[in-house]
Design a protein. Structure first.
Length: 114
């Protein structure tokens, strides 16, 4: 199982970023995919999840209405569109899949600062 994130960076408050996670090594279209984040000094937290076919999504209250998770089961990719970013969104963002155990990507740094 391999998960490779991309798309992080530095953005001004109120700006937007989109994260991508390309998956390989498993049957992508049959598994729930999630994004987590971990801010400095804090525990890793669930940001958003999407079901295997993409028909249902869940979001943390802190990002609801600003972030959108989506997936492309042809490209084996899950996305996180982040709008109206706030300084408190600064964190390392991780792609996640659970196949008997948890698998994580390497993480993508998102920094929201002027």
């Amino acid at each position: 199982v391999r998960l490779v994130e991309s798309g992080g960076g530095l953005v001004d408050p109120g700006g937007s970023l989109i994260l991508s996670c390309v998956a390989s090594g498993f049957t992508f279209r049959t598994f729930v995919m999630s994004w987590y984040r971990q801010a400095p000094g804090k525990e890793r937290e669930l940001v958003a999840s999407i079901t295997a076919a993409g028909g249902s999504t869940t979001y943390a209250d802190s990002i609801k209405g600003r972030f959108t998770i989506s997936r492309d089961n042809v490209k084996n990719t899950v996305y996180l569109q982040m709008n109206r970013l706030k300084p408190e969104d600064t964190a390392v963002y991780f792609c996640h899949v659970r196949i008997i155990r948890s698998y994580w990507g390497q993480g993508s740094q998102v920094t929201v600062s002027s």
